[in-house]
Design a protein around this ligand. Structure first.
Ligand code: COA
Length: 207
């Protein structure tokens, strides 16, 4: 299955994969007020602002997985606030906080991208999201996608990367541990486990 750079025509497939894998790795369709909400937080900003760092996995001409992210989280947060939020804010107006429901938490995340600048995360300026449809999982493609992203982030000047995954996503936790990522304690990040790794791991010594 080839991994290739993201193209704008892949947008709907990426959005679809995002929601089909968005409940701790399981299908999240119907969980939120819109099936696009998850992707408007965790995929759309990256496709719009950092398309050169998005890659897709194809099977028989269909996109079945992706990796996306940024090499420079601080600049990305600024771009999110300046250029992404205005595009989607009318669909998801700011809510009275504190957020209580799943919808409210996602909308709060959308309106406060600065959550990505927790002091523990700042030393690792790149971050990524990787998702594969069930039929593409467990065959080494997740590793290939992550390796592709690490190499691209290194080429873009990021020495290291962080990422977060839900505490209940056991499969993803084991995957990142197997890839050699190190746990990164982040104060106040209840429900999310963070990892970091040097982007140089994207080279041939990654295995
Ligand atoms: C998590 C995910 C990205 C992993 O990708 P994948 O293609 O299934 O994983 P791979 O087949 O590339 O596995 C890579 C390595 O991790 C290991 N691994 C993967 N899942 C594992 C598990 N549950 N337990 C132990 N090891 C595991 C593999 O054995 C493999 O080891 P090897 O390369 O040394 O042989 C993929 O399953 C997925 O998209 N899941 C749904 C969405 C999701 O949860 N995304 C992550 C959100 S943070």
């Amino acid at each position: 299955m080839p991994v290739r750079p993201y193209q704008p025509k892949d947008r709907d497939a990426v959005y679809d994969i995002c929601v089909r894998t968005g409940a701790a790795g399981q299908d999240a369709r119907g969980h939120y007020l819109s099936d696009e909400l998850l992707a408007d937080v965790y995929a759309g900003p990256y496709l719009a602002l950092e398309p050169q760092l998005a890659f897709v996995l194809e099977e028989g001409g269909h996109v079945v997985g992706y990796v996306l992210g940024t090499a420079h989280t601080a600049a990305f947060v600024e771009a999110w606030r300046a250029r992404w939020l205005p595009r989607v804010a009318s669909r998801y107006p700011p809510l009275v906080e504190p957020a209580r429901t799943g919808d409210e938490r996602l909308i709060a995340t959308l309106h406060h991208p600065e959550w990505m600048l927790a002091p523990e995360l700042v030393p690792h300026p790149a971050h990524l999201h990787v998702d594969l449809l069930p039929q593409a999982q467990g065959a080494g493609h997740g590793r290939r996608l992550v390796e592709t992203f690490l190499a691209a982030a290194a080429a873009a000047g990021a020495p290291s990367l962080h990422l977060g995954t839900g505490d209940t996503n056991t499969r993803a936790l084991r995957f990142y541990e197997r890839l050699g990522f190190q746990r990164l304690p982040v104060a106040g990040a209840e429900g999310t486990t963070f990892f970091w790794c040097p982007t140089a791991m994207g080279g041939s010594k990654f295995r």
